[in-house]
Design a protein around this ligand. Structure first.
Ligand code: ATP
Ligand code: MG
Length: 207
């Protein structure tokens, strides 16, 4: 049975997109994985996978007049299927977020794991939609009080729409941060386990 995860965080730049890909690559060793750039306003998965000139993107599916088909937006990359989103502001303005649910449902019918790279923050309906549509949320955090506070807000919002927490992923961890102790405490407040603690690393930044 398919399971859909939203990879989300409070603030921007925590590492949602980078870790959506890392999670996807790890899971693809066992499962059929589809990754979707559901950050339709600030899409950048296309840069991370270095597919910047694809013909059909999620925007085309969200704009009725484009008449695009889901199957034409799916590209193979790093052992996964990826659905990218364009960076055009006018396409974002024309896109109808209400169409995302059907796109997600169609993709879900053909995969084991669906990872929705989500926008930061809790803003408009379109921003929170991936969290609403997912079965569970992976919260990406840094091991700091502001980031934990943001993450708890994301979890609270997700729960209010019936989306439970799959786990917490600490990213950009610095050597002087005692992530083990922080994770130990954070597990009391977050619904899922600590999935990983990824160091702040030049190699990750360059990837
Ligand atoms: N573990 C890490 N160590 C160092 N740099 C990292 C790490 N993870 C991500 N980065 C860098 O941080 C920046 C933001 O990462 P990413 O785009 O994955 O964040 P994001 O949460 O998706 O951002 P946004 O909220 O804008 O969508 C990128 O330049 C990325 O290369
Ligand atoms: Mg991102």
């Amino acid at each position: 049975m398919v399971e859909a995860f939203a990879v989300a965080s409070g603030k921007g730049g925590t590492g949602k997109t980078s870790n959506t890909l890392s999670l996807g690559m790890a899971l693809s060793e066992e499962y059929d994985v589809t990754v979707v750039d559901a950050d339709t306003g600030m899409a950048n998965l296309l840069f991370h996978v270095r597919l910047t000139d694809v013909e059909t993107t999620l925007h085309n599916l969200l704009i009725d007049e484009c008449g695009a088909k889901v199957e034409n937006t799916v590209y193979e990359r790093f052992g996964m299927r990826v659905v990218l989103c364009g960076t055009s502001l006018s396409a974002f303005e024309r896109a109808d977020p209400d169409r995302l649910q059907d796109v997600v449902a169609e993709l879900a019918s053909e995969t084991d794991v669906l990872l929705l790279d989500s926008p930061a923050a809790l803003g408009s309906k379109s921003v929170v939609l991936p969290v609403i549509l997912a079965d569970r949320v992976v919260v990406v955090l840094q091991p700091t009080i502001p980031s934990l506070s943001d993450g708890l807000k994301v979890q609270e919002y997700a729960r209010s729409c019936g989306t439970e927490t799959a786990g917490v992923l600490f990213n950009k961890v610095h050597e002087d941060e005692n992530v083990v102790a922080i994770a130990d405490k954070s597990e009391r407040y977050f619904g899922g386990p600590t999935l990983a603690a990824v160091p702040d690393d030049d190699a990750a930044r360059a990837a």
